[in-house]
Design a protein around this ligand. Structure first.
Ligand SMILES: [Fe+2]
Ligand SMILES: [Fe+2]
Length: 386
């Protein structure tokens, strides 16, 4: 390449560089002292000398979450053709029409691009008004949760160390944004009033957003994402709700994030077991129980026992908590025994002819594909139950 080199004043260049070096030393020293004094020093945990975020590259985290998320990226236009989303690229649209060309006419009818009005008619055909209200009550519980998941994951971006972890969390932010806007459109298609947040959910979700530092991983990725995973696992095989399969897949990756992160940056024994953190984790998860009780009628409308649902959630939360180091196996087992006793006591009071059972062994995830995804995270069988 031919450039017409310009002459500059070498002395001016040397002075400017010298001034910059002195200013650099002063600015960074000032921020370092402030940080040491517990004041706000440098805001970004970014190591520009290494061209890396503080914590290093951590490519394993990036590969497991960022790369994998992109590989499994789904577009609403493809999986929810009835929605208003037009987010597929030209290449994706061409692929879709090629796939449709090779289908038999019966397959084509099945895969027909239905419009919003047709989708609403399908929901009316498949579900009674009471079932629609129940589905909206359950789905909106997690619909509101997606708004918080979006905010919490965005606030986690500044808390995690390393380039790999920041890339992983960034993908979660993008996925939660997609979950919120797509689920909102699905819920609105039911044409029934969308309930506000229940008091229990309000406490649960606000608690996750206000959680300190990496305790957000517990409140959000362990507790709330497991509730989301369980709701999507319960409903993804129902007519018209097939898009929830994609949500289920994303949430399963999100629940694995704390464990993968702590493998790279382990919590100290104090961070894991100090009494304040233990109490905070317990209180963060507690509102989930009255929340499930509040949905007993709606779950019943769909043929699901609320305590089976709660038991399955608690077992999965316990597995993830123990694996990520938020709880010892012994404590998790003690909690499971306690909650199972409470559930049985409640059922004895409210259900005629109740026979004792271990709700912690229940499984409410329905579809075969969803069960396979969960087996990968939680292991086979129910050996994690108390
Ligand atoms: Fe989500
Ligand atoms: Fe999520």
């Amino acid at each position: 390449m031919q450039f017409e080199k310009r002459e500059v004043n070498p002395r001016a260049v040397a002075v400017n560089r010298g001034v910059e070096r002195a200013a650099n030393r002063a600015i960074r020293a000032y921020d370092r002292v402030k940080a040491r004094l517990g004041l706000r020093g440098r805001a970004a945990a970014y190591d520009d000398g290494a061209y890396e975020f503080v914590g290093g590259a951590r490519d394993a985290l990036r590969k497991k979450h960022y790369d994998k998320s992109l590989r499994l990226l789904w577009k609403a236009e493809q999986v929810a053709p009835w929605s208003s989303f037009r987010d597929a690229t030209d290449a994706e649209r061409t692929l879709l029409s090629m796939a449709e060309r090779s289908m038999t006419s019966a397959e084509k009818a099945e895969r027909a691009r239905i419009t919003g009005a047709e989708f609403r008619a399908l929901l009316d055909r498949e579900y009674t008004p009471a079932q629609k209200r129940a589905l909206v009550a359950i789905l909106s519980a997690i619909g509101h949760g997606e708004a918080y998941a979006w905010l919490v994951s965005a606030s986690l971006l500044g808390e995690v160390k390393s380039t790999g972890a920041k890339a992983a969390v960034t993908m979660q932010i993008v996925e939660e944004a997609k979950h919120f806007v797509v689920l909102r459109e699905l819920i609105q298609a039911f044409d029934v009033p969308v309930p506000r947040l229940s008091a229990w959910e309000y406490v649960l979700l606000e608690g996750s957003l206000k959680a300190r530092g990496l305790e957000k991983f517990y409140a959000m990725n362990v507790v709330i994402e497991t509730i989301a995973l369980s709701i999507f696992g319960l409903l993804a095989d129902k007519p018209g709700l097939e898009v929830l399969r994609m949500f289920h897949l994303d949430e399963s990756r999100h629940t694995a994030l704390p464990d993968n992160y702590f493998k790279e940056f382990p919590m100290t024994a104090w961070e894991r077991h100090n009494p304040r953190a233990r109490i905070s984790r317990l209180t963060k998860a507690l509102p989930a129980l009255p929340l499930v009780l509040l949905l007993e009628e709606e779950l019943g409308e769909l043929g699901v026992d609320a305590f089976d649902f709660a038991g399955a959630i608690l077992r999965k939360v316990a597995t993830l908590s123990v694996r990520a180091g938020f709880m010892t196996r012994e404590l998790a087992d003690r909690q499971s025994v306690f909650f199972n006793a409470m559930f049985n006591r409640y059922c004895r009071l409210t259900r005629a002819g109740h026979a004792w059972r271990n709700y912690m062994e229940a499984e409410t995830t329905r579809g075969a594909a969803e069960a396979a995804v969960e087996r990968e995270i939680f292991g086979g069988g129910t050996s994690d139950a108390a």
